[in-house]
Structure formats: C-alpha cells, structure tokens
Design a protein around this ligand. Structure first.
Ligand code: SF4
Ligand code: SF4
Length: 227
C-alpha cells in the first residue's frame, strides 16, 4: 500500500478512536499536560503525518529544537505491541522494559499546550483518564478502554509494518532527514541502525475474553476503513 493510502488509513483509524474517546467521561482538558512526558512512543508512519502536517519552516524549527534536546533521558521501547502479542501468544519470555519516569516534558509541549495537537500520535491520543492524573498521581483508565487502546496500537503498527517504532523524539529525529524519509518511502529504512525497533504485522489481537463481544463494533469499524 502506498504511503499516501497508509496515511489516509491512519487518519481514519485516529477518527474512529477519537469518536470512541469523545464518548467517555474523562477529566482530560486543554492545558492538562501531566501526561505529556518524554516517554511517548510512536511509529514512523505517524512521524510522516506530523512532518507533512507542518510547514517547511516549522519542520526546520522542529528539527533544530529536537537536535538541541536529543540527549534528554527518555523511555526507549525494546518491543513493539505486535511483537509482544506474538511472544505472549507463544508463552515466550517478555523482556522487561525500563519505564522509569524520567521526569522530562515532551519535546513538543509549550506552556502546557501541545504544539502539534491535531497531528499528535496515537500514543498521545490514548492518554485518557477519568480523574486528573496530576491530583491522582496516575491515570485512571477503565479496563475496556485499556483493551481498546492496545487494539489501536496493534492496528497502527500493522499499517506501518515495513517501518519502525521508538520514542517520539527518536522517531522524529530519524524521520527529519531527507535521506531517511526517502529510505522509509522506499521500504529501506534500517530501524535498528537508526536506534529504532522493527514494526511487526498484526497476527494476534490482545483482547481479553471478557472484552471480545463489547469491542466487536469497534473492530467492525476498523475492518471497514475505505481507501
Ligand atoms: S490523561 Fe491525565 S494528564 Fe493527560 S489530559 Fe487526561 S487527565 Fe490530564
Ligand atoms: S506530542 Fe503533544 S500531546 Fe503528545 S506528549 Fe507531546 S505535547 Fe503531549
């Protein structure tokens, strides 16, 4: 599938999720940014959406800003969601991730506002909480929504199965160069050589038995994405 079609599919996936989350009773609001940390992850496809959605001068400014903070401590995932699903299905050992909160803000946060809000990746869209995280100390998310989030992460990774995933800052740094963007478009971006992890196709959905019936209408919407 061409990059343009995959970006169109990504937009539709985001829309389905945004419609789902809009119906939830959440404490989330503008300027609430406790969840905007340097630990967000995303795919290379989502980086393309961000890069394509900002002006050339905005891209240059973003690139300069990212380079100035490229040493900040941040979460670097070892496994993608689809890889983890396969390992779980095979009852294989899952390597432990270091998800220690490094206390750093997201590179794209400015005065508690996201500078790319409409373009933000799914890793941000799925930050939802029934109570204010700052007051509670953690996000209060119901189990069903956690399952929905996992499914969307799996679908988005599948859409970018020839691409890579990683920390938001790392993926943007990689995709900000013309050579890497070209290599990505030609299916030749070397994830590991660029400090990212390889995306996997979706083979096993991670949905607990108690959520399988309730989630079916959402799966139907995802299956009916038109390109
Ligand atoms: S997930 Fe938590 S920190 Fe983020 S907007 Fe919602 S309530 Fe605020
Ligand atoms: S990209 Fe935007 S929404 Fe996502 S963590 Fe950064 S500032 Fe927050």
């Amino acid at each position: 599938m061409s990059l343009a079609k995959r970006l169109e599919a990504l937009n539709q996936v985001y829309q389905i999720y945004d419609d789902y989350s809009a119906a939830l009773d959440l404490a989330c609001e503008a300027s609430c940014a406790h969840c905007c940390t340097a630990n967000v992850t995303m795919t290379t496809l989502e980086a393309c959406k961000i890069m394509d959605g900002i002006t050339a001068s905005g891209r240059q400014a973003l690139s300069t800003r990212l380079k100035s903070i490229e040493e900040i401590p941040r979460f670097k995932p070892l496994l993608t969601t689809n890889r983890m699903a396969e390992l779980c299905a095979a009852s294989a050992k899952i390597p432990a991730e270091d998800s220690t909160d490094q206390g750093q803000d997201c590179a794209l946060l400015d005065n508690d506002l996201c500078t790319i809000y409409d373009l933000r990746p799914f890793g941000c869209r799925c930050f939802v909480s029934r109570q204010n995280c700052g007051e509670l100390g953690y996000a209060d998310i119901d189990d069903f929504t956690a399952s929905v989030n996992t499914v969307f992460l799996q679908v988005i990774e599948h859409l970018d199965a020839e691409g890579c995933s990683g920390n938001l800052l790392d993926v943007l740094l990689v995709m900000a160069t013309n050579d890497n963007r070209r290599a990505y478009e030609n299916g030749k971006l070397n994830c590991e050589a660029n400090g990212l992890i390889v995306n996997w196709e979706l083979k096993v959905l991670m949905i607990p038995p108690e959520h399988r019936e309730k989630i079916e209408p959402i799966l139907q919407q995802l299956r009916h994405i038109h390109l």
